[in-house]
Write a protein that binds this ligand. Structure first.
Ligand code: G
Ligand code: G
Ligand code: NA
Ligand code: MN
Length: 256
């Protein structure tokens, strides 16, 4: 397992892992209001390796806590840097894997990182997929989410609508936001079924007091449809790809 050893090495020596950031915009005024942090591995021999390929490896071999802690620390260091530069406030959202919830101590890793970097918890959002929420190894998730939100973090459901889960959890879990999966956005505005699903989710979210961000917005007609239906926020290639932090700063500063 060469790749596994390479990943161990990357975590030990540093310099190969990076976070890229994909902006999220508020449709009402086109302001950048959030950024999703996405892990990238620049392998010294094989080039960029997708997290879809190495995160499952990390999970299988007990490296996910270390990798997850690295993501938390890196995102907070970046937030602290942006605070010092005086950039407008935006929430950085990190992806939390199932392993991070049922191994290791996520609350402690977050709390010590926030203290070390002097960043307020409200600026670090947590994205969890439905499958993570319903993984029974994670135990009773509601009190854990309650504690994370008690620390000040915001919590979003990632890939909402694709998890084969009942809607009942929306009643019981303390949540802030739904990330509408890009599967429902792709064929907008023409596909009547997708349009109906998107409108229904927007209405439901409003009734539940949840925010919505639409993922995978790639075209202007998709954007126009979402705006017309009252979707608050968007993320996708139409606006921006995930990119290194430094590359974002000029555009972001310009809106201050
Ligand atoms: O960026 P890309 O589309 O290659 O991401 C592939 C998958 O990897 C996505 O499902 C994304 O959520 C996940 N991913 C990216 N970065 C992280 C991370 O820091 N932690 C976890 N747990 N998953 C991540
Ligand atoms: O599973 P998750 O939603 O975390 O996956 C996020 C990934 O989705 C990012 O790594 C990014 O590369 C990808 N992504 C972001 N915007 C778009 C988009 O507009 N179209 C497509 N096809 N993928 C996107
Ligand atoms: Na995500
Ligand atoms: Mn998603």
């Amino acid at each position: 397992l060469g790749l596994l050893n390479d990943l161990r090495n990357a975590l030990a020596v540093g310099g190969q892992l990076e976070l890229h950031y994909q902006p999220q915009y508020r449709l009402a005024d086109d302001r950048l209001v959030g950024l999703e942090a996405l892990l990238r591995w620049r392998h010294p021999r094989d080039g960029m390796i997708s997290p879809g390929d190495f995160i499952p490896l990390a999970e299988r071999h007990g490296l996910m806590s270390t990798l997850g802690d690295w993501v938390i620390d890196q995102a907070l260091a970046q937030l602290a840097h942006w605070q010092r530069k005086g950039l407008p406030e935006a929430v950085v959202w990190i992806n939390i894997s199932a392993m991070q919830l049922f191994q290791g101590d996520l609350e402690t890793a977050l709390a010590s990182g926030l203290a070390r970097h002097r960043v307020p918890a409200r600026l670090l959002g947590l994205e969890l997929t439905e499958s993570v929420l319903l993984d029974e190894r994670a135990g009773d998730i509601a009190p854990r989410l309650e504690r994370l939100r008690g620390q000040g973090h915001r919590v979003a459901i990632d890939d909402f609508g694709t998890g084969y889960s009942s809607l009942g959890y929306l009643k019981h879990l303390p949540l802030d936001k739904l990330k509408l999966d890009r599967a429902f956005i792709r064929a907008l505005p023409d596909d009547r079924a997708d349009a109906a699903i998107v409108c229904a989710v927007l209405a439901m979210a409003e009734g539940l007091g949840l925010e919505v961000v639409a993922e995978g917005v790639e075209t202007e007609p998709q954007r126009d449809f979402l705006l017309a239906q009252g979707c608050a926020e968007v993320q996708g290639f139409f606006y921006a790809r995930p990119q290194p932090a430094a590359r974002l700063e000029a555009e972001w500063q310009a809106q201050a």
